[in-house]
Design a protein around this ligand. Structure first.
Ligand SMILES: Cc1ncc(COP(=O)(O)O)c(C=O)c1O
Length: 373
């Protein structure tokens, strides 16, 4: 099975270590174990003593009851039985697409998005129909176009909500209309929701599971919960048939997730309010810093992100985004991600959910760079 290079992951693998100002990162300022325990009101010594009793067996094959309860609490209506823990969201996307898609199918995928959503089905031989998200529509899908793109062989529509890299967030009414379009051809609607749960006003952020019986939500502890090192993600759906099919496949590539990862993710989810509160503060503060910089810098333009941790910023220079990003890291130590990793030329992705000082200094260095070159 030949598959295209995963551009964003390759870029990060090649350049992340060199960053002085890492604005390529998409997780909200990752937590240390110590910080996690503090947020969860746990004394490290007591907690580690308790943890040391854990038998390092495969343990609960489909996740502990505590983990499933914690994940289900992130949704309005989701039975803990309808959750399949995976090796990160990367494992979840791969598992769900390879389980449900075959070469006779077509699927519709928004672009820009996380590359798994189009390169995995393409590698299977399925027809991938690309629905471009345009700046003039605030990177929200054009529903007329989507309606035209689906037909009776459309097996799945995939969205990434909130979106990486643009930070767009599909409003509930629009999500319902997308579900209606999927329903009209009996297609699955896969929503990669790894950036969900951190809203601007602290309100509940709807999931695809709230609007569609064949909706599939992919989630993760990596981004909104700052725990990428746990490598804990999940597939959730109210369609039990999907869950059963995924479980069949999972025996071949996962067996179970790590028992320590399960325990720490369960602890984090039992204390989700504290983590979400911390992360909302980081995101809001830094989004304002980014917005101010864009407004004061005539050489750049963007659509202000409504959610998520990244923004797609267009620059006023005649240089391909890969070359620009390479030169930027080499001369100024600032790591962005080239727009070309998302098939969006002339732009860079800026991850802003890190510490504010790094963000401010990195953006200033980029201004210097734009004015020097
Ligand atoms: C939209 C999206 N989906 C999935 C992933 C993979 O996340 P995880 O760390 O949970 O595997 C990422 C990581 O950048 C992402 O941005």
């Amino acid at each position: 099975m030949k598959i295209d290079t995963f551009k964003v992951e390759r870029w990060m693998n090649d350049f992340e270590e060199r960053a002085v100002y890492n604005l390529g990162e998409t997780c909200i300022d990752s937590l240390s174990l110590k910080e996690l325990l503090k947020l969860c009101d746990k004394e490290p010594e007591d907690y580690f003593m308790e943890l040391s009793e854990t038998r390092l067996a495969y343990s609960h094959i489909f996740g502990s009851p505590e983990l499933r309860e914690g994940i289900s609490s992130l949704y309005e209506k989701l039975d803990p039985e309808n959750i399949v823990p995976t090796h990160g969201a990367v494992g979840a996307n791969n598992m769900i697409i390879t389980t449900l898609i075959s070469r006779e199918d077509n699927m519709v995928c928004v672009l820009p998005t996380y590359q798994q959503h189009y390169s995995i089905p393409a590698s299977i031989g399925a027809e991938v129909r690309v629905l471009k998200l345009a700046m003039e529509n605030d990177y929200l899908p054009d529903l007329k176009e989507l309606r035209r793109m689906v037909d009776k062989n459309t097996k799945m529509i995939t969205i990434n909500n909130p979106n990486n890299p643009t930070g767009s967030l599909i409003p509930l009414d629009m999500l319902k209309e997308i579900a209606e379009i999927a329903r009209s051809v009996d297609a699955y609607l896969l929503s990669d929701e790894v950036y969900r749960s951190i809203s601007e006003d602290g309100s509940y952020m709807p999931s695809v599971l709230d609007v569609y019986e064949k909706g599939i939500s992919v989630g993760s502890m990596s981004k909104s919960f700052s725990l990428a090192g746990l490598r804990m993600g999940w597939i959730a759906s109210n369609d039990l048939e999907v869950i059963e099919q995924v479980k069949e496949r999972r025996d071949y590539d996962t067996i179970s997730c790590g028992v320590l990862d399960d325990k720490l993710a369960s602890l984090a989810l039992a204390n989700k309010e504290a983590i979400i509160e911390r992360n909302r503060n980081i995101v809001l503060k830094n989004r304002a810093i980014l917005d101010k910089w864009v407004n004061e810098t005539p050489e750049v333009r963007y659509v202000r992100p409504a959610a998520g941790t990244t923004a797609l910023v267009y620059y006023d220079k005649d240089i391909p985004s890969y070359d620009l990003c390479k030169k930027l890291i080499e001369t100024k130590g600032v790591l962005f991600t080239p727009g070309s990793c998302f098939e969006m030329e002339g732009a860079v992705r800026i991850g802003y959910a890190f510490d504010s000082k790094t963000l401010r200094e990195g953006l200033d260095k980029f201004t210097e760079f734009l004015r020097q070159e």
